[in-house]
Design a protein around this ligand. Structure first.
Ligand code: TYM
Length: 334
């Protein structure tokens, strides 16, 4: 770790195949920040257990997500890259932070309320405690910056509150992290309901682009995207469908929104949708191909995991020991 660089932490849950929303909202920024920061990236497998998982599927999703990270340019040689459950300090710090967290602040979280509604048969303690585990992930590494999509902003706020609360009660211990939310692409919307976010758990497969979709499927889904009855390709709050497609086009091509608007001046929605589909497929095709190649070498991925866990564990243990000392636990002598 280079002391002069800022430390950045982020994670994604291996709860299914990633969507274009996850890619644009998270991974794209991770890659961009690799050079200027000390980066620590995790596969948040413990978080996925807060909703029902098929165990074998969770295991294979974890390998698949790891392969996607690497195929997208997250080089495990240039960052610390690990599986959350391999570093037990995450669960341990969660216990300590639980003792300074109030049920009222957790039950107010938007994601908790949404997920409680969507998984009414399984509203478990873990679902409520999700933000505390997330705070532990971040605070263990003294992260300065946390790149996430818009939907995670509230969880970053509670992380900051917990860090400040702990520091006030037990003296300065944690760095208070800042969210890093990019101006464009922090909230990619569903292709079927542009008022909702694109989500991998959406029951309608046409609502999201999966990183496993082939070119034809991607183009077909964009052609079916819900838009308005106007004809102008313009970024405007009153045109959420077209604005979402313009955002996607701009993020996948690297062009600005106004350059994209100019490019499609006078063209129809049909042509525009195909162009967004083509550009997205051009971006995702090589990633999917590389992901499949990496996935065929499980031994390599296990080595990456082992190496990452070792590096993460070293930092996390140091923070946890400090926390244990501060709260008054007797140190274990070896
Ligand atoms: P997850 O897997 O639900 O989402 C991973 C990341 O993708 C972003 N994202 C989106 N961005 C733009 N548009 C969308 N439609 C969209 N959908 C998802 C999310 O904001 C997130 O950045 N709880 C985290 C995982 C996590 C974490 C952490 C993140 C666990 N511990 C510590 C940061 C720091 C999550 O939302 O995962």
């Amino acid at each position: 770790m280079n002391e002069e660089k800022k430390t950045l932490f982020s994670a994604i849950q291996p709860s299914g195949i990633l969507t274009l929303g996850n890619y644009i909202g998270a991974i794209r920024n991770w890659k961009a920040l690799m050079e200027e920061c000390n980066c620590i990236y995790a596969l948040a497998d413990l978080h996925t257990l807060t909703v029902k998982q098929v165990p074998a599927q969770l295991r294979s999703n974890t390998y698949e997500l790891a392969a996607i990270y690497i195929a997208s340019g997250i080089d495990p040689e240039k960052c610390i890259f690990f599986v959350q459950s391999h570093v037990s300090a995450h669960a341990e710090l969660t216990w300590i932070l639980n003792t300074i967290t109030y049920p009222g602040e957790l039950s107010r979280m938007t994601q908790f309320k949404d997920k409680s509604r969507n998984h009414a048969d399984n509203v478990n303690m873990g679902l409520m405690d999700y933000p505390v585990l997330m705070a532990s992930d971040i605070l263990l590494y003294n992260a300065d910056l946390v790149p996430v999509g818009q939907d995670q902003k509230q969880h970053l706020e509670i992380t900051r509150d917990l860090a400040i609360r702990f520091n006030n009660r037990y003296s300065d211990t944690f760095k208070v992290p800042e969210p890093y939310i990019s101006a464009t692409g922090a909230k990619i919307a569903s292709l079927q309901d542009p008022e909702k976010k694109m989500s991998k758990s959406d029951p309608n497969v046409n609502a999201f682009i999966s990183l496993n979709d082939d070119r034809d499927t991607i183009i077909r889904k964009f052609k079916r995207a819900v838009t308005d009855s106007d004809t102008e390709i313009r970024f405007d709050e009153s045109k959420p469908g077209i604005s979402n497609l313009l955002t996607i086009y701009s993020c996948v091509t690297g062009k600005t929104i106004s350059e994209s608007e100019k490019e499609f001046e006078g063209k129809g929605y049909g042509d525009f949708k195909v162009a967004v589909g083509e550009a997205t497929a051009d971006l995702l095709e090589p990633i999917t191909k590389e992901k499949n190649r990496i996935l065929s070498d499980k031994k390599y991925l296990d080595e990456v995991f082992a190496n990452g866990a070792l590096q993460a564990d070293r930092i996390a243990r140091r923070t946890l020991s400090k926390v244990y000392r501060k709260v008054g636990l007797v140190e274990r002598k070896h």
